[in-house]
Design a protein around this ligand. Structure first.
Ligand code: GLA
Length: 690
């Protein structure tokens, strides 16, 4: 019900910081916002020292006045709890709330997120400020919802304060019960690491050669941090729900070390993301010819969608980004801000909130540009926002109930992500392979989901997809393997890459032939394997000719599993071309039940993914009637009234598309047929002709 209220229509908002501006500007700001079609503001997420200038002394005048003016202009308010920025009085009086570096150095006041989630004192003070704010604003006519904290685990996802070591120990006691069980789970008999007293147990600390913790401890550290964030967030969520039950609750950002799916499921009405596609310009590599650049944000937005099918973008890039000392980004070109807004919407955003109304004239972020410049005169970004505001109001009724539709998903899971942050024998492969698949599907105009699975995932959830790609699930329990096998037996197509299935949930290697838990469904064993790096020459693989498909050669990148079919149902699709394993199987396809399981023995690249796509006949849903250039993304959102086809041109140049049946552009209400041109950074939303 809460989701319905917030996301049952499309809306545009903006982040606003009244505490940073002279009061004389506020009313004019709200008036101009409304004039641009902006209907909500997010405020207050860093304003702890305004609300509680001294411990236990609360002050609401500033925000009361701002909210009154917002309300007067018909603007709804999302309140942030200010706990990402504890005031100086707090950290000075209670230094135990501060985070510490790995080396144990306390992180001091002066930036943000300098606190730790474990300190009982910080939890208590966070609860007090949240309760006071919720009590004060629970009946305010302008307030509709809350953002808890700001971007959990942004700036850092590592916590080594004394309170964290204590909390970790408590977490381990709850998980393992006895030291004996902990010792077994962490394999501490190796190198005499055995613990004989709980006080000997810590989060990772300095080891010989730097930071080289026991790998099973390292995995538990990640799980602990995630649980710790969630238990901290729960304090605030519970208080808001209890005190202000009419309001919805969300939080924003997508950072590591946090199971956002569980947090959202247990605490939030929906998830919110902060989308800054211009970050793609910071690590630009001109040699990567098929680079996704800002289009790559669609991959992240797909993760957000897997948390909340419809969501809020709490911060949408509204100008060039930059801190004083880093992140020096180019300005979005005319039309790009609009394109990125529709990118968010195409992937499931119903509420888009720009960051920020006006660029700050002081502070760390005085180059993080908002819609308005310092001078406050109308500029082209403001004009673009007005255009967007009008459009979104017009499409809301038709589009708001739709959700993204895809037949194929790339699977991920938190355990492998977290284990892979430390284990270089599989970790780096996941991003490479996931992106290779995403790119291949993007450039073929095949909409694709990203889904996270865990022990609670059901067959029905998997069966919403015809095809699942699970690139390198190194940790795989027998339970997950059984679920995946059933998916394939009942008609699903499942694709694995190298390094699949050889670890259990503790991160220990199974004493079984690779691919361990996945061996049965794949119908193969891995005879041998090798990293392909250093002095090793690059290896390629040779794909067999089949049906109308010619032979092909693609790179067998980074790691090679040399495969051995164990069953007659296994077809060898490709073999290695060189090295001592030339001619040995590199890719296999096992038909089981009504479906099939593929094993690809290397790290995926785009060409290899395309070979599999072709061999499976995976094609764009618009292939019969729409031809799109590669630089245009296709995304589909649909509901009972049918699909909406979002076409997003990421190029600066005009793009020509061809359509063989009459369709209508929802944004202009014009009919399109035959060849049509999309302007640079242009957006079209196709729907059935009237
Ligand atoms: C994040 C934060 C904002 C702001 C922007 C720009 O998304 O949530 O407060 O700092 O980045 O740096």
């Amino acid at each position: 019900m809460q989701v319905k209220k917030a996301l049952d229509h499309m809306s545009v908002g903006v982040c606003y910081y009244p505490e940073q501006w002279p009061v004389e500007l506020w009313e004019d700001d709200f008036r101009r916002m409304r004039e641009l079609g902006i209907t909500n503001v997010r405020v207050a997420e860093f304003a702890w020292s305004i609300f509680e200038p001294e411990e236990g002394v609360y002050s609401f005048e500033l925000f009361d006045h701002a909210l009154e003016l917002a309300h007067k202009h018909g603007i709804q308010v999302i309140l942030g709890t200010p706990t990402a920025t504890p005031p100086a009085w707090l950290t000075t009086r209670y230094p135990e709330v501060l985070n510490a570096t790995f080396e144990g150095v306390a992180i001091q006041h002066g930036l943000r997120r300098h606190y730790n989630y474990s300190s009982p004192k910080y939890r208590e003070l966070s609860a007090s400020i949240t309760r006071k704010m919720a009590e004060h604003y629970k009946d305010h006519p302008a307030v509709v919802g809350w953002q808890i904290d700001n971007e959990f685990n942004c700036e850092t996802k590592e916590f080594y304060a004394p309170a964290d070591h204590i909390a970790f120990r408590g977490w381990l006691k709850a998980k393992y019960g006895t030291l004996h069980a902990l010792n077994k789970a962490w394999g501490t008999v190796f190198w005499s690491q055995t613990y004989t007293d709980w006080d000997q147990v810590h989060l990772p600390r300095m080891t010989t050669g730097g930071r080289q913790p026991n790998p099973h401890l390292a995995l538990d550290e990640k799980r602990f941090i995630s649980d710790n964030v969630i238990s901290y967030a729960r304090i605030q969520a519970d208080i808001i729900r209890e005190t202000a039950p009419r309001h919805w609750v969300t939080t924003n950002g997508l950072f590591g070390g946090l199971d956002n799916h569980r947090m959202t499921g247990e605490l939030l009405d929906f998830f919110s993301y902060d989308s800054y596609p211009q970050f793609s310009t910071l690590n630009h590599n001109p040699d990567e010819k098929d680079r996704l650049a800002d289009r790559g944000w669609s991959q992240t937005l797909s993760v957000v969608r897997s948390i909340s099918p419809r969501f809020c973008v709490m911060e949408q890039q509204a100008g060039p980004g930059g801190w004083v000392n880093r992140m020096d980004m180019p300005s979005p070109k005319p039309g790009q801000m609009r394109l990125w807004t529709y990118q968010s919407i195409a992937h499931g955003a119903n509420m888009v909130v720009y960051f920020r109304w006006r660029t700050a004239t002081f502070g760390q972020e005085m180059y993080w540009h908002g819609l308005n410049d310092y001078h406050n005169r109308e500029n082209r970004r403001v004009r673009e926002a007005r255009w967007i505001g009008k459009e979104i109001a017009a499409i809301s009724e038709r589009a708001a109930n739709t959700t993204y539709a895809a037949d194929i998903a790339i699977l991920r899971d938190y355990d492998n992500e977290w284990d892979g942050e430390y284990d270089v024998w599989h970790g780096p492969f996941a991003w490479t392979s996931g992106t290779a698949w995403f790119k291949a599907l993007q450039y073929r105009h095949v909409p694709c989901d990203i889904r996270y699975i865990n022990e609670q995932t059901t067959l029905a959830e998997l069966q919403t997809y015809k095809t699942l790609v699970y690139p390198h699930p190194t940790i795989m329990t027998d339970k997950t393997a059984a679920l995946l096998e059933q998916y394939a037996r009942e008609g699903g197509i499942l694709i694995f890459g190298c390094r699949t299935g050889y670890k259990d949930e503790k991160g220990h290697c199974y004493m079984r032939p690779f691919p361990g838990a996945a061996a049965g469904m794949c119908g193969i064993s891995v005879e041998e394997f090798t990293m392909v790096k250093g002095s090793r020459e690059p290896v390629s693989m040779h794909w067999q000719e089949t049906g109308e498909l010619a032979e092909a050669v693609t790179g067998a990148d980074d790691f090679n599993d040399i495969l051995h079919p164990e069953s007659d149902s296994v077809e060898v699709v490709a073999a290695y071309n060189s090295d001592y394993y030339a001619g040995k199987p590199a890719v296999t396809r096992n038909r089981i039940g009504k479906g099939e399981v593929w094993y690809y023995g290397a790290v995926f690249n785009r060409s290899a993914a395309e070979q599999i796509i072709d061999r499976l006949g995976i094609a764009s849903p618009v292939r019969d009637w729409l031809t799109l250039p590669q630089g245009v993304e296709l995304a589909v959102r649909e509901d009972a009234n049918g699909p909406l086809y979002f076409l997003l041109n990421y190029g600066e140049e005009a793009a020509v598309a061809r359509i063989s049946k009459p369709m209508r552009n929802l944004l202009t209400d014009r009919q399109l047929q035959g060849e049509f041109e999309m302007e640079g950074f242009g957006v079209v939303i196709l729907t059935e002709a009237l």
